[in-house]
Design a protein around this ligand. Structure first.
Ligand SMILES: [Zn+2]
Length: 288
């Protein structure tokens, strides 16, 4: 865990910079790319200690084969993307800075084809590529400190520490589990759809998955309630992804293949936890 640094250590400089007026809020990120990887690694360790992880090589191997195809065409820094599976029944997924992607077993069981699974992975990886986690933490820190102090932090920080470490030191790792803004979600849909197309998937599959979620919400609300509390309504998203997918065109690549085998395998395992879903743990981490 990170130490908490005193605010006096952070402030105390002559330098003043008005970040809010200079740059749109969404673009501010005081973490370096390397700090994304570092704080992500710490948050991932923290999450995996608390989540019921499904450590199944076949399932992880399949998911990561899709992840690697998407990673090869992801924009932004070359993060070492890798996905792990949480043994939870709810349909959900999340990502941490630096390339750590988590998919619930319930989501793998729910998708109807590899494209839908790739759509969710691409969306989560787009959050990582666009560095939404640390830019959200920067924003939260700015709101807490006030813009003036944030400016002082930039000028007068302890040179032995990165700004990112100081922010996490102050807010805690829970800052990386915050709900993303609506803008960040739309951007992840958009960038994710582009990644799908480039990797050879039909981005329409992402929209199809949102339609599936909407249908699930009517039929089996408890399986998707957490997803809906973490993400904007899928109906609106589905419509805008469809419009974008029509422009992008469908990718012509082959599939990794093997979804049915993985789903049959999961079917043979003892039922997944319904009470310890990752989103629940994420909100517990959030409250800390
Ligand atoms: Zn998202």
């Amino acid at each position: 865990m990170f130490r908490t640094f005193s605010r006096r250590a952070l402030a105390g400089a002559l330098f003043s910079l008005s970040l809010a007026s200079a740059t749109p809020a969404a673009a501010i990120n005081l973490f370096s790319v390397q700090q994304d990887a570092e704080v992500g690694r710490q948050a991932a360790q923290d999450a995996e200690r608390q989540l019921p992880m499904l450590r199944d090589g076949t399932t992880e191997g399949y998911i990561n084969a899709i992840v690697q195809r998407l990673a090869a065409v992801a924009p932004g820094p070359r993060f070492p993307y890798r996905a792990r599976v949480v043994n939870a029944a709810e349909i959900n997924a999340f990502a941490l800075p630096g390339g750590y992607v988590y998919v619930n077993r319930g989501l793998i069981e729910a998708v109807r084809n590899e494209g839908e699974l790739a759509g969710v992975l691409a969306h989560e990886m787009a959050h990582v590529a666009q560095r939404h986690g640390t830019s959200q933490a920067t924003k939260a820190y700015g709101a807490q400190m006030g813009v003036g102090l944030l400016g002082q932090l930039l000028g007068g920080r302890d040179q032995r520490l990165g700004v990112g470490e100081q922010i996490i030191g102050s807010l805690g790792l829970n800052a990386l589990f915050m709900k993303f803004s609506r803008n960040a979600e739309s951007e992840a849909d958009r960038v994710g759809a582009q990644m799908m197309s480039r990797a050879g998937y039909d981005p329409m599959a992402m929209a199809n998955f949102f339609d599936l979620l909407a249908a699930q919400q009517r039929g089996n609300p408890s399986a998707v309630s957490q997803f809906f509390s973490d993400h904007p309504s899928p109906q609106n998203r589905s419509a805008s992804i469809r419009a974008l997918a029509a422009q992008l065109g469908r990718g012509r690549g082959t599939q990794v293949g093997g979804l049915q085998t993985v789903q049959a395998r999961l079917d043979q395992m003892p039922a997944a936890s319904r009470r310890q879903g990752l989103a629940r743990t994420a909100s517990r981490l959030r409250r800390r």
